[in-house]
Design a protein around this ligand. Structure first.
Ligand code: TA6
Length: 299
C-alpha cells in the first residue's frame, strides 16, 4: 500500500494541490477552497470540470465544488433574515463572497490511506464587502474510500447570523438525457424557471430541458443513477435538508462563462444546501456543520 502523495501545483494564477491516494486523485484550489477534480482509478471522473475552466485570481472556476456562502444564489431571492445580514451596496455577487477568496490552508495530514485537508476563511480578515459580521468558515476534505466534504460555519459575533449556503457540486455524467436522480420522490421543490412555483417531485428526476429546482425537506441520501457508465454517484448528507438540482441545457449553456456549447450534456449539479426554509441561523458562539459524502457504487 503506497502512502498518499500531496503536491502543490500552480494552475495559471491559482495555487492548487493535487492529492494522489492508492486508488483516487483529487485537485483543490486555495481560491475558494474549491475542489476542482475528483476521480477514482478505473472509472470516469466523479466531479466535472469545464474544459474551458479559467484559473484566474478573483474568478470562480467553472465546475468542481464551489462554496456558496454567506448566501446562495441571488441574495434578493433569499429569506429576509439572510438579506438583512447584508448592509446593501453594489457588491452582491451570486453565491456569496467566499468562492473567489484565497482561503487559509490550516493543515494537510494523512491517516494511513486517507488524506485530510482543512481550509478556513475568517470574515473579519479580509472584511467581506457589505457583510460586517464576525464568523469563521471551515472546509474539511477527507479523501479515502469516498470523498467527504464538511462545511462548518461558526458565529464569532454577539448577534445571531442568518446564512444560506451550498456546496455547488458539479458531477460528471455520461449524458444528462440518460441519467436519473433517485431519492427525492415526494419532496416539495421550488420551480425557479416557472415563477418559483411550489411543486412536488413524483418519482425519480429525469431531464429533458433546463432544470433549476430547489428541493426542500430532502432526505439524507440521494443518488445520480448513470446506467451508461454503470455507476451510481451516492450522496449522503448531514446537516442539510435542502438541495438544488441544476442543468442549464442548450440555451442557458450558451450564456454561461467557461462553458462549452455542448458541456450541458456531461454535467449535473446536485447542490447540498441550507436554503429557503432550511437556512442556517447561528446563535452567538454557535457553530453548525454540513457534511457531504460522495461515493461511487457499481450499478
Ligand atoms: O445553483 C444553480 C444556479 O443558481 C443556476 O441558476 C446558475 O446560475 C448556476 O447556479 C451557476 O451560477 P454561477 O454563478 O456559478 O455561474
Amino acid at each position: 500500500m503506497s502512502s498518499p502523495l500531496v503536491e502543490r501545483i500552480e494552475l495559471d494564477e491559482l495555487t492548487c494541490w493535487r492529492v494522489r491516494t492508492e486508488d483516487a486523485e483529487l485537485q483543490v484550489a486555495q481560491q475558494g477552497a474549491q475542489i476542482l477534480g475528483y476521480q477514482r482509478d478505473g472509472e470516469p471522473p466523479l466531479i466535472w470540470l469545464s474544459n474551458q475552466a479559467a484559473y484566474q485570481k478573483g474568478k470562480a472556476v467553472r465546475g468542481g465544488v464551489p462554496v456558496c456562502w454567506p448566501w446562495f444564489g441571488d441574495l434578493r431571492r433569499n429569506p429576509a433574515e439572510v438579506q438583512g445580514m447584508h448592509e446593501g451596496g453594489p457588491l452582491c455577487p451570486a453565491h456569496g463572497l467566499v468562492r473567489e477568496l484565497d482561503w487559509e490552508l490550516l493543515n494537510i495530514d494523512t491517516d494511513g490511506p486517507t488524506v485530510h485537508m482543512a481550509f478556513a476563511v475568517d470574515s473579519r480578515s479580509p472584511l467581506l464587502p457589505g457583510w460586517p459580521h464576525a464568523a469563521k468558515l471551515r472546509l474539511d476534505i477527507r479523501l479515502g474510500e469516498a470523498l467527504q466534504v464538511s462545511l462548518t460555519s461558526h458565529n464569532l459575533g454577539d448577534t445571531p447570523l442568518a446564512i444560506s449556503q451550498a456546496l455547488h457540486s458539479y458531477f460528471a455524467i455520461s449524458d444528462i438525457r440518460e441519467v436519473e436522480v433517485e431519492g427525492l420522490d415526494g419532496c416539495p421543490y421550488i420551480e425557479t424557471l416557472e415563477d418559483w412555483q411550489l411543486r412536488k417531485q413524483q418519482g425519480n428526476i429525469a431531464f429533458s430541458g433546463e432544470t433549476d429546482r430547489i428541493y426542500l425537506k430532502t432526505p439524507s441520501r440521494m443518488s445520480i443513477v448513470d446506467r451508461a457508465w454503470k455507476r451510481r454517484i451516492q450522496l449522503d448528507v448531514e446537516g442539510s435538508a435542502s438541495a438544488v438540482v441544476w442543468n442549464p441545457w442548450i440555451d442557458k449553456a450558451r450564456r454561461l462563462s467557461q462553458f462549452a456549447e455542448d458541456a450541458w450534456q456531461g454535467m449535473l449539479c446536485i447542490e447540498t444546501a441550507r436554503v429557503m426554509d432550511d437556512i442556517l441561523v447561528l446563535k452567538p458562539g454557535e457553530e453548525q456543520r454540513m457534511v457531504l459524502n460522495i461515493a461511487s457504487k457499481p450499478l
